[in-house]
Design a protein around this ligand. Structure first.
Ligand SMILES: CC(C)(COP(=O)(O)OP(=O)(O)OC[C@H]1O[C@@H](n2cnc3c(N)ncnc32)[C@H](O)[C@@H]1OP(=O)(O)O)[C@@H](O)C(=O)NCCC(=O)NCCS
Length: 155
């Protein structure tokens, strides 16, 4: 059995986190994006599998709302439940922080991520036309929202 763990990202993680994100999504966050998010006090959660940095999630908190800014799993590790584990951890941390809802934006073409979000109770609540660049043009962003109950989950 692999040992799965979560920890708060530190500056020492920046290169590994930026590298895995770039491999997972060439349009995903850069080292600078992660560094800025860390400096801004966002919640950055590193997923390790047997001690190896394998995923990252970034969440911004504003009052009782949260936004999933980025989530990525190392391509070689995808499809094994780690994305769901990371999302569950990001949601649990947000709820412990007082969030009653979480927002996110996802590419219309990103069927895998959209399916994962739907399975966590996210619903489509909007659309931004031509929001994201693609290899040969632009595509829409789907806005999704999940509502949480006020009771906060415990460990
Ligand atoms: C989205 C992402 C984080 C999911 O991580 P993952 O480890 O592959 O996901 P999991 O193995 O936990 O699977 C989560 C769900 O994704 C879907 N999924 C996983 N593998 C899939 C595949 N090969 N085809 C279609 N859907 C798939 C399923 O709905 C799955 O849930 P299920 O097993 O209950 O059916 C990962 O694919 C990734 O890093 N993608 C690139 C970055 C990205 O798109 N981030 C989202 C930006 S909004």
């Amino acid at each position: 059995m692999s040992e799965v763990a979560f920890r708060a990202m530190t500056p020492a993680d920046l290169e590994a986190v930026a590298d895995l994100t770039h491999r997972a999504d060439p349009f995903g966050w850069t080292l600078r994006n992660f560094s800025d998010a860390h400096a801004s006090g966002n919640t950055l959660t590193v997923l390790t599998v047997d001690g190896v940095t394998s995923g990252i999630a970034a969440v911004m908190h504003v009052l009782d709302e949260s936004e999933l800014l980025e989530i990525a799993v190392q391509p070689a590790m995808q499809g094994r439940g780690y994305g769901k584990a990371l999302l569950a951890q990001a949601i649990a941390l947000a709820r412990r922080n007082g969030a009653v809802r979480m927002f996110l934006e996802v590419r219309e073409s990103n069927a895998r991520a959209r399916k994962m979000y739907t399975s966590f109770g996210f619903e489509e609540t909007g659309r931004r036309k031509n929001y994201y660049p693609t290899e040969n043009g632009r595509e829409d962003a789907i806005l999704m929202t999940a509502q949480f109950s006020r009771s906060v989950p415990h460990d």
